[in-house]
Write a protein that binds this ligand. Structure first.
Ligand code: PMV
Length: 337
């Protein structure tokens, strides 16, 4: 099962499509690859898609272009072109064309700071490029393609609660995401505390490869994953907030324990990150339904029941070092426009 060719495209072509995808945050994290070449994660993961953090991407395949081009938020970014070209090659090969593309992308949030810009970015790119190439592609196949750009991008194809499967076998066709629960079935809210707007020094791809090679806790982390996935899935399907809070925080802290015990050390947190964790622990002691999760960056994401969102936002806004608080509900999967 892989991409089908709906239409035989002419050998010369000009074709354009636009897609929107949203960022997601993992509640049960992945950190490590089973295969770096085709980007198979070492473990499954479970995420929520966020409606407030969007990437909008227009892809135009143009015969007049001699090389792929990429601009982000109105600025040409040639440093990203090699990775984008390799990704587009997967789709060009399926469509049996060589035409180069112009990729114009806009994010409504800071890039590379642990807000999953690669997830929404590669999901939008996969969706826009496959539409421009007129490939007939199922959502699962699109997820497999997006995974090859960025592991977490596979999950941004879908909305609400999403599970990513990691099948270590063969060609990666068993490593795809699929919806677990619609957002309307459990409309949780997320308060994102931005503690630093700059790009992280060590990206997740490099970081996780370093962790698998050097952290003494890496194997224990992999061993714990299946149980965390089962608990996370059960908590979501039963809408059990406390159970989800316990397993999500544990998954986050285990991932960061692996990162911190990596050589050279991967310390994604800053002082405000720790203060946000303490503020959330205080809210929990006061009975507020909220828990934290943190990706490969210093921002803290507080997931809460909708009744608690203003209370949580106020508490995190008051933490010294928090630059901005972003509120988000759960969002939809990719959309073409
Ligand atoms: O999407 P990637 O391959 O850059 O990795 C993302 C890793 C984490 O965000 C830290 C965890 C996750 O499961 O999303």
């Amino acid at each position: 099962m892989f991409l089908h060719k709906a239409l035989r495209l002419p050998s010369t072509m000009n074709s354009q499509s636009k897609a929107i995808a949203r960022a997601n945050i993992a509640l049960i994290k992945y950190w490590g690859k089973a295969d770096s070449n085709i980007n198979i994660p070492a473990t499954g993961s479970i995420s929520i898609t966020l409606d407030a953090l969007c990437s909008e991407t227009v892809v135009s395949f143009e015969e007049s272009l001699s090389a792929d081009e990429f601009s982000l938020d109105g600025e040409s970014r040639p440093e990203y072109v090699p990775r984008i070209s390799r990704f587009l090659d997967i789709l060009r090969e399926r469509a049996d064309i060589k035409t180069r593309a112009s990729v114009i992308s806009k994010n409504n949030f800071p890039l590379g700071a642990g807000l999953a810009s690669s997830a929404s970015g590669f999901a939008a790119l996969a969706a826009a490029a496959s539409a421009a190439l007129k490939l007939e592609i199922s959502p699962r196949e699109l997820s497999i393609v997006a995974r090859q750009g960025s592991g977490s991008a596979a999950r941004s194809i879908f909305g609400g609660f999403v599970e990513m499967h990691a099948d270590r076998s063969k060609d990666g066709e068993g490593s795809f995401a699929e919806p677990l629960l619609e957002s309307s079935a459990w409309p949780l809210e997320v308060v994102i505390a931005l503690t630093d707007r700059s790009e992280k020094a060590v990206g997740s791809r490099q970081g996780m490869n370093r962790s698998s090679a050097t952290s003494p806790y890496y194997v224990a982390w992999l061993d714990a994953s299946a149980k965390d996935l089962d608990r996370g899935r059960d908590a979501i399907l039963n809408r059990d907030f406390q159970m989800l809070a316990d397993v999500a925080q544990s998954s986050c802290l285990k991932m960061h324990s692996v990162a911190m015990t990596t050589q050279p050390v991967l310390m994604y947190w800053n002082g405000a990150t720790v203060e946000c964790i303490r503020a959330i622990q205080k809210l929990q002691q006061d009975g507020v339904p909220v828990f934290f999760t943190i990706d490969a960056g210093p921002q803290v994401k507080a997931v809460c029941e909708s009744s608690a969102v203003q209370h949580v936002a106020g508490a995190l806004q008051a933490v010294s070092g928090v630059k901005e608080v972003i509120l988000s509900g759960l969002g939809a999967g990719v959309e073409w426009g």
